[in-house]
Design a protein around this ligand. Structure first.
Ligand SMILES: O=C(O)CCC(=O)C(=O)O
Length: 371
């Protein structure tokens, strides 16, 4: 797919746009005096050079350092009794892991993926009927409302059962989300067990609550052949800029196209090999706070590529808006101080929505502890 076809529904629309733009400038020029005409032509030429070159450049980032030693992504088999210990270790060390034997039926995954592919293959005008996202709906290249862009189109949906979805997604999203949420709750309960927290649903009840503010997102990163030229210069094409997820836990599944990268403690970026039969789990900011920093909310990003399309679906398990997010007292040892000021999920979400993707969103809620 070339640049203009990702922006315009068809080449015809692109040509029509060029024609009217040319006509507009031509009539405008004819209405000006000779000296002014020269200035305008100069400005136009200048703009043509700077505007035609940089479209792709808005989406490029220079690669950061790669890890010296590439660690293994923790792999957790949910059918094994010892998975609890591994889960806690993975949340502490990486804030990220892969799960197998997850119990989510393959047919739910496949149905949703094929419906997502149909949706993203439909004409732009059809997709735009579901946009712009407010906060739910179809979005294209603009992520959030603070100027973040990525080589991605997406559907952001409410994860509550019976929400209003594009017609072909009805039922299919519910089946998938219900099943993935069950897995997320099981993981959260195993974590609570291993941390000796009572009751064991201390985290999972927030996702199970009727008022849980959970969302579901399907992302499509189209291939971008124009990018291959830049790839040779060592740049990367941003699909989804670096960020942490604000919620409690995120459950990600993608097709077999790579692109996801996680940030390691030394600041390097590690590419996560895709695996369409497993799920990847991210610790979110809220879980980091509830564990007073024991679990790490993982910084991650997606790089798109020149030839293959990536489709990912992510369930973001969040608490009710009124929920106070604070370190669990039963986890605090001795004189341990809370690292965070108190806030509700509503306050944190609002603050996150007003920030850029890469901002340190939790920074605003950290306490400065006198030593
Ligand atoms: O598409 C992906 O693989 C991850 C996207 C992501 O991080 C997000 O939607 O928050």
């Amino acid at each position: 797919m070339c640049l203009h076809s990702f922006i315009y529904p068809s080449s015809f629309h692109f040509i029509l746009h060029c024609f009217f733009t040319f006509f507009f400038y031509y009539s405008f020029l004819n209405s000006q005096k000779k000296k002014k005409k020269k200035q305008i032509i100069f400005l136009l030429l200048f703009n043509m050079v700077t505007v035609s070159k940089p479209l792709i450049e808005q989406f490029l980032v220079k690669p950061n350092t790669s890890p010296l030693v590439i660690p293994d992504i923790p792999l957790i088999d949910l059918s094994k009794p010892e998975s609890k210990q591994h889960l806690v270790k993975a949340c502490q060390d990486f804030g990220f892991f892969k799960v197998v034997n997850h119990g989510v039926p393959l047919k739910f995954i496949n149905k949703l993926e094929s419906e997502a592919v149909n949706f993203f293959n439909s004409p732009l005008a059809t997709k735009e009927k579901f946009g712009p996202p407010d906060p739910f709906g179809y979005g294209n290249k603009c992520i959030g409302r603070n100027g973040d862009v990525g080589w991605v189109e997406y559907l952001l949906l409410n994860a509550k059962p019976e929400s209003d979805y594009p017609e072909n997604f009805q039922g299919i999203v519910n089946d998938y989300v219900t099943s993935v949420k069950t897995m997320a709750c099981e993981i959260l309960e195993l974590l609570a067990d291993e941390l000796k927290l009572q009751p064991r649903n201390v985290f999972s009840k927030l996702l199970k609550d009727e008022q849980s503010d959970s969302v579901f997102r399907v992302n499509h990163y189209p291939p971008c052949p124009e990018f291959q030229e830049n790839e040779r210069n060592g740049s990367k094409l941003v699909g989804f800029g670096e960020h942490t997820d604000p919620q409690i836990i995120s459950v990600l599944r993608s097709n077999n196209t790579s692109g996801l990268e996680i940030s390691l403690r030394d600041g390097s970026w590690m590419s996560v090999p895709p695996d369409s039969e497993s799920f990847f789990i991210n610790v979110g900011d809220s879980l980091q706070v509830m564990t007073n920093g024991r679990f790490k909310s993982v910084k991650h990003r997606v790089v798109a590529n020149g030839t293959k399309s990536r489709v990912s679906m992510i369930y973001f398990g969040g608490p009710p808006l009124s929920e106070k997010i604070a370190p669990l007292p039963s986890l605090m040892q001795g004189e341990e101080d809370s690292l965070y000021k108190e806030f509700t999920w509503f306050e944190y979400k609002k603050s996150a929505f007003n920030s850029r993707l890469s901002d340190n969103r939790l920074g605003l809620f950290e306490k400065i502890i006198a030593s």
